[in-house]
Design a protein around this ligand. Structure first.
Ligand code: NAP
Ligand code: ZN
Length: 346
């Protein structure tokens, strides 16, 4: 075991505190990563506040990790010391089920191993990226291409892939009208990626306060959902809507925006159930789907795509002492557009 510095919370409403955690000794296929930056995802907040159910405390969240390789196990052939690498939402899976074999490890039939708040193969709780170092099997480590700096790359490991995967799956591209609901961490990456894929992109935000930014990220149109006219104006417009909102919404109003055979994909994961009248879906043969991050192969494809198109996250870099304040600002939709913790401040 090796002792490393981390920020942990000890109960659902407790503040984050600097502490020491243990990382496992390097196995033959393990990589020791010196973490430079860790993004703060709204899922960290849902988990730490036990909005999704019981959490394993003390909890070290963080699944948007970027850093450099410091040491490698004897059988590691994918990475060498000094490589720029990332880790996302999972650090293992069974590797044998049909979904793992298809490269969709996030849908592992035995359950993937979360980067934090899970029990690892060694029987110990996993600890995430709010930490100076992490040990991860090479198969769950991604290469960060030259051309994306580590701070703006970190959020791609969750926010980036969570939007890239459904946009690709449902064919966002030239001739497709795509709406992104919520311009937060996930949403702003959705706008950038959908635009780079060639789709016509509309942002549906609570107000127009982020309009200038949305258009700069590549949106063609920007509407406030607080304006009652928006839903009338845009009725039957979209092939695909990706909903990134972290709380309940009047879903039937959003379904009315889908055209014939349009699909609504929920990536936002509010704790409370969403309810929809059947007649919001029936008229235009509408579909309602969900999507969870993306597989390892597709995550690498997304990183390469972002490098090729010059895409990274819009970030506000913070210190370890500012995590609690950042959580409050995220919950208040006051994030432009991802907080990234600089571990050099630990
Ligand atoms: P975030 O940065 O807080 O962004 C969410 C955005 O939703 C806000 O910026 C806000 O945008 C909008 N919003 C918030 N409250 C709202 C409300 N009451 N009504 C309408 N709009 C509201 O969060 P995030 O990190 O992007 O994560 C978003 C959700 O996705 C979370 O539930 C998270 O757990 C989930 N998630 C899912 C996956 C997956 O694999 N499916 C992966 C990562 C995260 P505007 O100000 O523009 O309206
Ligand atoms: Zn996340």
């Amino acid at each position: 075991m090796r002792s490393v510095t981390a920020y942990a919370t000890t109960a659902a409403k407790a503040p984050f505190e600097k502490t020491t955690i243990q990382r496992r000794d390097l196995g033959p296929r393990d990589v020791l990563i010196k973490i430079a930056y860790a993004g703060i995802c709204h899922s960290d907040i849902h988990t730490a506040r036990e909005e999704w159910g019981d959490a394993l405390f003390p909890l070290v969240p963080g699944h948007e990790i970027a850093g450099t390789v410091e040491e490698v196990g004897s059988e590691v052939e994918k990475y060498t010391i000094g490589d720029r690498v990332g880790v996302g939402c999972m650090v293992d899976s069974c590797r044998e089920c049909e979904n793992c074999l298809a490269g969709e490890e996030q849908y592992c039939l035995k359950g993937n191993t979360g980067t934090y708040n899970a029990i690892g193969r060694d029987g110990r709780p996993t600890d995430g990226g709010y930490s100076t170092h992490i040990v991860v099997d090479q198969d769950f480590v991604l290469g960060i291409p030259e051309g994306i700096s580590l701070d703006v790359a970190a959020p791609l490991l969750c926010a980036g892939i969570t939007l890239y995967s459904p946009l690709k799956h449902w064919g966002a591209g030239p001739g497709k009208k795509v709406a992104i609901v919520g311009l937060g961490g996930l949403g702003h990456m959705g706008v950038k990626i959908a635009h780079a894929l060639g789709a016509e992109v509309t942002v549906l935000s609570q107000t127009l306060s982020k309009q200038e930014d949305g258009l700069k990220f590549g949106a063609d149109h920007f509407y406030a959902t607080s304006d009652g006219q928006t839903f009338e104006k845009l009725a039957g417009s979209f092939d695909l809507i990706v909903n990134t909102v972290s709380s309940d919404l009047p879903m039937e109003k959003y379904f009315s925006l889908l055209r014939l055979d349009g699909t609504m994909v929920n990536v936002g994961a509010p704790p409370e159930p969403l309810s929809v009248p059947a007649f919001a879906l029936i008229p235009m043969r509408r579909s309602w789907a969900g999507s969870m991050i993306g597989g390892i192969r597709q995550t690498q494809e997304m990183l390469d795509f972002c490098a090729e198109h010059g895409l990274g996250a819009e970030i506000e870099v913070i210190s370890g002492e500012q995590i609690d304040e950042a959580y409050e600002r995220i919950v208040a939709s006051d994030v432009r557009y991802r907080f990234v913790i600089d571990t050099a401040t630990f």
